[in-house]
Write a protein that binds this ligand. Structure first.
Ligand code: ZN
Ligand code: ZN
Length: 268
């Protein structure tokens, strides 16, 4: 149990793509090495307080994994169950953006409402979705599902920065997707920033080398600075897709090595 406004934070890996290269992860790979292997992992996150739990993003399902050539290791709901969170009981989900790998598990959470940036919802339902170059990370059924959630009164819109609870804030960054938001959490080691796709890998941010799925490169680069401003240190920024996250942080419990880690304790 945590003190008021001090949260525990977890990353749970649910999928991976091993068959991936540096050219897939940078507009221009640093060092100009394009064909070295660079696998990517897929996570959901949980922010756990004394009497409330927020899940950050929802993952995707087996059908989506097959269509996109990803390896689903476990349902995001099963991953959350491994750290003691019942997806069916979750009431609050922060959705960083509406790409398939972040919103594709929305129907795993029948009692949840979703905190989304206004800009992301309008982007995902507006004219840019007529263009493959911009719509390919979205899945129409997921976006339609969120439209249904809007009509059900289960979406809470944010425009910019907002305090969600004491010690828990969201911040519009854009860049990668027009309405991408990041999550800042107060923990016992200071302010942790869940970057989601504001930086997929540590290297995107550290080398100022943008990821190639991008709506606005300028906003993506400025987002790296925003994260550094919001986090207690660069080591408090948690990339959205980097396999190193599982190596740097301790397992959430014995037996969860390689599956779930604690982000509110110091990385090694
Ligand atoms: Zn994304
Ligand atoms: Zn992503």
């Amino acid at each position: 149990m945590s003190d008021e406004g001090i949260w525990e934070v977890y990353a749970v890996k649910y999928a991976t793509q091993q068959n991936r290269y540096r050219r897939d992860n940078f507009v221009t790979p640093p060092g100009d090495i394009h064909d070295a292997a660079m696998p990517i992992d897929y996570f959901v996150w949980a922010v756990v307080g004394a009497d409330r739990t927020y899940v950050v993003d929802t993952g995707f399902d087996a059908k989506e994994a097959e269509q996109r050539g990803r390896t689903l290791l476990r349902s995001p709901a099963d991953g959350l169950a491994a750290i003691g969170i019942d997806a069916g009981a979750v009431e609050d989900i922060i959705v960083t953006h509406l790409h398939y790998d972040h919103i594709g598990g929305y129907d795993l959470f029948p009692n949840a409402s979703y905190i989304v940036q206004e800009t992301e919802m309008s982007y995902a339902t507006g004219p840019h979705m007529c263009t493959h170059a911009l719509n390919h990370p979205f899945t129409a059924d997921h976006v339609a599902g969120m439209v249904h959630r809007v009509f059900e009164g289960r979406v809470r819109f944010v425009d910019g920065s907002r305090e969600i609870a004491p010690g828990l804030t969201v911040h519009l960054v854009g860049g990668h997707s027009k309405g991408l938001q990041i999550v800042r959490v107060r923990t016992r080691r200071g302010w942790v920033v869940l970057a989601s796709d504001a930086t997929h890998f540590y290297e995107n941010m550290e080398a100022t080398a943008p990821f190639p799925i991008v709506y606005n490169v300028g906003d993506m680069v400025r987002g790296y600075d925003t994260m550094r401003d919001l986090a207690s240190s660069p080591a408090h920024i948690v990339p959205g897709h980097d396999p190193q996250v599982l190596e740097r942080y301790p397992a959430a419990a014995k037996g969860l090595e390689g599956i779930a880690v604690r982000l509110d304790v110091e990385p090694s």
